[in-house]
Design a protein around this ligand. Structure first.
Ligand code: CA
Ligand code: CA
Ligand code: CA
Length: 669
């Protein structure tokens, strides 16, 4: 039992004793105290004082649904509601949509009780715990909202040398996070290739409108010139009657999502204390590509209305945050209205709550149930479930924050343009994968941060700007995951959620451990001791092209542009221990030789040596022989010969083998 829980228990016991005289003839026994305490899902520290969330026995669902809070017909509950001046009781979840499946998950048994004014919620909960058919009570504790300070990109600062770029968005050359050329004007210690490897991926797909990503965040500026065409649109509402729930999904006039803070279809993004966080995150996933305007998004299409779609699930507004039941409702809405990826750049403080899954699934029961429902909902033909992606947190602690830390969500750490951990990123426990989150340079210049869309109405008409954070890394992973699903739709593949998570988590470039020595200076706070980050940033750095190759079923072989590579292709076949012989003949297309700047290649005793100079992707066809032998020139004397194509991904750094382990350079000699 942790300390917070213990304190609550002590408090509960005290209240139990003090209210005994009013309600029952006999003092409560120790057993009864324990029974009541067991009904509390979480502790009350920081809880909202105008609501409680309750889970009731199945027999009273009907009485509580649609009833006035003091006239449910259940006398104990009505008496309690009258005493506390409760204002309403309503179901948390929308049972009008997918009701059967929700009932199977007991989602119909969760209710929110709201009070007319603030009450002592511990007192209220304690009294409610005495009601038999109230089985569990969750204190309503809002999550922390992310704090960021964007730097606005003034419009005439846009780059003009976009002609060599795959798309014509004028600021795309500044988006190092998609294609890092090692430009030291962007970041003093920039390293080529430290990006999500987007350009070769875009040659295969740039999105699909059937993939809908729910941005759970501040409201997304759906009027933004570089976002509006990629907004999810509820056509029934768009063409429907104002004030009427035209599609009968339980929400009136919800055209691009819903505002779960204000419980209104009016999504907002420029209230006082808004930062544009939701709009920035949305732009990374799906700013409209190739429209000659602003920036590009990871899965923003090719300019032919073919980007993935953004649904705005607003849970932050100004200083206000949606409580747990409204957040749960938002996640449910995303599942019920077509989203297959949940983009969540927020969470609690790392270390403030124990990162143990029983705690998470137990103490945040109503939100967890909504996430579980989302993960079990199929909205995309390519994915049998829903993928939830979270930011790890910006407190530079060796632990991720909840909910990202939970083992069914993908939790994202951040690296900077030098390919090293960003100075603020959380790491280690609960962290699964890394992506560019950017950072201010030592001279505090901002171009090493992530460039995306901002609401112009919040920034005096400027529509683009820089932000740094794991919040900015997270949408790179959601965006790449959305791109992978777009490609899967294109080539007709379908994956289970588990398969797809594995593919995302392993479609990475390894961190170069040889660089994790000494200290990295940061523009704020203490220098990073790099050794403590070694192997703790997640599986590696997300690579869009690799994910597309994984979707296709092709094997990627990482090679170094700075060291000689001695590649044992056998290690990439089967479990790496298959008895195969590599034939001496192999083919590297001229295209690949040019793209990677290959200066040397040769077969030496069953391994192929490749030396190259440029970051990029290419391919090689090698021949294996099963159960036979070869003579010189690749002639088979026995056995079965087959050809296999591998994808080569060239990046600077240590040459690694199939397991991401450093090779022994020169070992073939
Ligand atoms: Ca509606
Ligand atoms: Ca309507
Ligand atoms: Ca654009």
């Amino acid at each position: 039992m942790n300390k917070a829980k213990f304190l609550l228990f002590a408090l509960v016991a005290m209240f139990a004793t003090s209210c005994v005289a009013d309600n029952v003839d006999q003092p409560l026994s120790m057993e009864q105290d324990l029974m009541y305490a067991k009904k509390f899902v979480n502790n009350s520290v920081g809880a909202l004082e105008h609501e409680l969330i309750i889970f009731v026995s199945s027999e009273c669902v009907e009485s509580l649904t649609g009833a006035e809070v003091t006239r449910t017909g259940m006398s104990e509950f009505d008496a309690w509601a009258q005493e506390l001046n409760a204002a309403s009781v309503r179901p948390v979840f929308n049972m009008a949509v997918n009701g059967d499946r929700k009932r199977e998950m007991a989602m119909d048994r969760w209710f929110v009780v709201e009070f007319a004014e603030n009450v002592n919620v511990v007192d209220a909960a304690q009294k409610l715990a005495a009601v038999d058919y109230v089985e569990r009570i969750q204190f309503s504790k809002p999550i922390n909202r992310p704090s960021v300070q964007p730097v606005v990109l003034v419009s005439d600062a846009a780059m003009t040398r976009a002609e060599e770029m795959p798309f014509n968005d004028p600021n795309l050359p500044l988006q190092w996070h998609y294609n890092n050329t090692g430009n030291t004007a962007i970041f003093a210690t920039s390293v080529e290739g430290e990006d999500v490897n987007l350009f070769p991926a875009w040659e295969l797909t740039a999105g699909d409108p059937n993939v809908i990503v729910a941005v759970v965040d501040e409201g997304v500026d759906h009027t933004h010139v570089d976002l509006k065409d990629n907004m999810w649109t509820n056509d029934a509402e768009l063409n429907g009657t104002s004030g009427v729930d035209d599609d009968k999904n339980g929400y009136i006039d919800d055209i691009h999502g819903y505002n779960f803070v204000g419980n209104t279809a009016t999504i907002s993004w420029d209230r006082q204390h808004d930062s544009g966080h939701g709009t920035h995150v949305a732009g990374t996933i799906a700013a409209v590509n190739n429209n000659g305007k602003g920036v590009a998004g990871v899965a923003g299409g090719t300019g032919n209305n073919d980007g993935v779609r953004i649904m705005s699930i607003q849970i932050f507004s100004g200083k206000n945050v949606a409580g747990p039941s409204a957040t749960a409702e938002g996640v449910e809405y995303a599942a019920d209205n077509g989203a297959c990826i949940l983009q969540c750049s927020w969470g609690g403080e790392p270390g403030a709550i124990p990162n143990d899954n029983a705690f998470i699934t137990g103490d945040y029961e109503v939100e967890y149930l909504a996430f579980k429902y989302f993960m079990q909902t199929q909205n995309c033909d390519a994915l049998m479930g829903g993928l939830a992606v979270f930011a790890a947190g910006n407190e530079s602690k060796p632990v991720a924050c909840y909910p990202g830390a939970y083992n069914e969500f993908i939790c994202v750490t951040a690296f900077s343009p030098d390919g090293l951990p960003a100075y603020y990123t959380c790491y280690d426990r609960g962290c699964n994968i890394s992506a560019p989150g950017g950072q201010y340079d030592l001279d505090e210049s901002e171009s090493g941060c992530v460039l995306s869309t901002l609401p112009p109405s919040l920034y005096r008409g400027e529509a683009y700007g820089y932000m740094q954070g794991t919040s900015m890394a997270c949408p790179h992973v959601s965006g790449v995951a959305a791109l992978g699903l777009s490609y899967a739709l294109k080539i007709g593949k379908t994956f289970t959620l588990s398969e797809y998570k594995e593919m995302v988590l392993t479609s990475v470039n390894a961190f170069d451990n040889s660089r994790f020595v000494g200290f990295k200076d940061s523009p704020e706070g203490p220098a990073l001791n790099l050794a403590s980050y070694k192997g703790k940033m997640g599986t590696g750095k997300i690579d869009a092209y690799r994910l597309l190759m994984a979707v296709r079923g092709d094997i990627c072989v990482p090679i170094s542009t700075t060291e000689s590579n001695t590649i044992d292709f056998n290690a990439f076949m089967g479990d790496g221990k298959v008895s195969l012989k590599l034939c001496s003949d192999y083919k590297i297309p001229q295209e690949t030789i040019d793209a990677l700047g290959i200066t040397y290649h040769q077969n030496f005793g069953g391994k192929i040596v490749i030396e190259c100079t440029k970051s990029g992707v290419g391919s090689i066809k090698v021949n294996f022989i099963a159960g036979g032998t070869t003579q010189g020139g690749g002639q088979i004397t026995a056995g079965l010969k087959f050809e296999k194509e591998f994808i080569l991904i060239a990046r600077p750094g240590v040459a690694v083998d199939a397991n991401g382990q450093p090779q022994n350079p020169g070992g073939w000699l």
